[in-house]
Design a protein around this ligand. Structure first.
Ligand SMILES: [Zn+2]
Length: 169
């Protein structure tokens, strides 16, 4: 089922998600729906708050549904190591049409639980590192516009207000 994506400034996006404690059929349905929703939007990552569910859960698939082995489920995720810097353009399904450069660590190691509740660690660099940081920010209630420079954030907020006035946000 394709879920409705919540847009900025819905308050659920700015609230830290609740820890996931039950690894049951309801969770597995939510995960499947999140992947389906991401593919429908041609996205590479989605966090539960973006579909209005205030939980510490994110799904990532850099292949956008082409490689089953690329499907990643991050439950109660945290970054345990970060190194270096990168400065690349990011977008977000909760901010349609906004793309700006964001400063991120070049490499990260994350720790998370999978869909069965098993803990794992994983390293990522380049795009995967950015995606880990962007999605883990979401489960913490942090949004990418607040990682932009003040100038780029102001430009983005101005663009959003214009789209809101035009009724297209
Ligand atoms: Zn996002």
């Amino acid at each position: 089922m394709i879920l409705k994506i919540v847009k900025y400034p819905d308050p659920v996006l700015s609230r830290p998600g609740e820890p996931v404690t039950e690894f049951n059929a309801e969770l597995h349905k939510l995960i499947a729906d999140m992947f389906e929703t991401t593919y429908a939007e041609q996205g590479i990552g989605l966090a539960a708050p973006q579909v209005g569910v205030s939980k510490r859960l994110a799904t990532i698939d850099l292949s956008v549904g082409k490689e089953p082995k690329d499907k990643l489920v991050l439950i109660n995720p945290e970054i345990i190591f970060r190194e270096g810097k990168q400065y690349e353009e990011e977008g977000c399904l909760s901010f349609p049409d906004i793309r700006e450069k964001v400063a991120r660590a070049a490499k990260v190691r994350i720790r998370a639980q999978d869909a069965q509740g098993k803990w794992f660690e994983m390293d990522g660099d380049e795009l995967l590192a950015r995606c880990f940081q962007h999605e883990i920010d979401h489960v913490d209630g942090m949004l990418f516009i607040f990682r932009m420079s003040a100038l780029k954030r102001d430009l983005s907020l101005r663009k959003i207000r214009k789209l809101q006035r035009e009724g297209t946000w």
